[in-house]
Design a protein around this ligand. Structure first.
Ligand SMILES: N[C@@H](CCC(=O)N[C@@H](CS)C(=O)NCC(=O)O)C(=O)O
Length: 217
């Protein structure tokens, strides 16, 4: 059976959303980030990213990680591409070209979108968006996002979805990276097709179920 190690309050959300979409049963082993604990190595500490038992499974020391019959993956977007392909069906690539587009989309989200979007999320999460230093960080991050967001916006205005004109794992992977910038409402408003697509993705029952579990964690 497939095992997912991680916490809902982490990039494991990506896999949990996809698994809900697929109706796929997996074993979930809770592992939290080491910085959520005062002493991650204390006897009796919950399994965390610094636990030797976890590092023996996932030497990268990050969550999520997936193990399936001896195969270990520790990149969330790769985990999702694998799970979708394993399940088959409409969320998976229909052919080699779609598979390449999904990989291209995941790498673009991870390299062009995720880091600046996370900066926006962190500043808003810390309530620093109105202080001058926070505003400067948010403005610089927003500027880095304008080109990738314009690329995605133009594509989504034409195609409706990222790959194949239907909802796929590619939408989940990119939506989960764009989500980090969502607290910057004015930035998203500059890209109406991207905003409408993100909201439609998040209106799906599988996303809502994942989000409810995250809130309850
Ligand atoms: N590129 C990796 C990044 C994974 C990552 O950095 N995860 C965070 C939690 S969202 C983590 O485990 N941080 C290590 C730690 O806090 O110890 C992915 O997409 O899976």
């Amino acid at each position: 059976m497939i095992t997912i190690y991680g916490a809902y309050k982490s990039r494991a959300t990506r896999a949990f959303w996809l698994l809900n979409e697929l109706g796929m049963e997996v074993r979930h082993v809770p592992v939290i980030q080491k910085n959520r604990l005062k002493d991650p190595l204390a006897p009796g500490a919950p399994l965390n990213t610094a636990s030797p038992e976890y590092l023996a499974i996932c030497p990268a020391g990050t969550i999520p990680c997936m193990v399936d019959d001896g195969l270990m993956l520790h990149e969330s977007l790769a985990i999702n591409l694998y799970l979708a392909r394993k399940a088959g069906g409409p969320l998976a690539p229909a052919d080699l070209a779609e598979e390449a587009l999904m990989m291209n989309g995941a790498l673009y989200a991870a390299t062009a979108v995720e880091a600046p979007a996370l900066e926006i999320s962190q500043i808003h999460g810390e309530g620093r968006q109105d202080d001058p230093a926070g505003q400067a960080i948010v403005a610089a991050a927003a500027q880095k996002l304008r080109r990738p967001f314009a690329v995605l916006d133009a594509h989504l205005a034409r195609e409706g979805h990222l790959v194949g004109g239907r909802f796929t794992v590619a939408d989940i992977n990119t939506a989960e990276c764009v989500r980090y910038a969502q607290s910057h409402a004015a930035l998203l408003a500059e890209f109406p097709a991207l905003k409408a697509w993100l909201e439609a993705c998040q209106a799906r029952p599988a996303f809502k179920a994942m989000w409810a579990a995250r809130m309850a964690e």
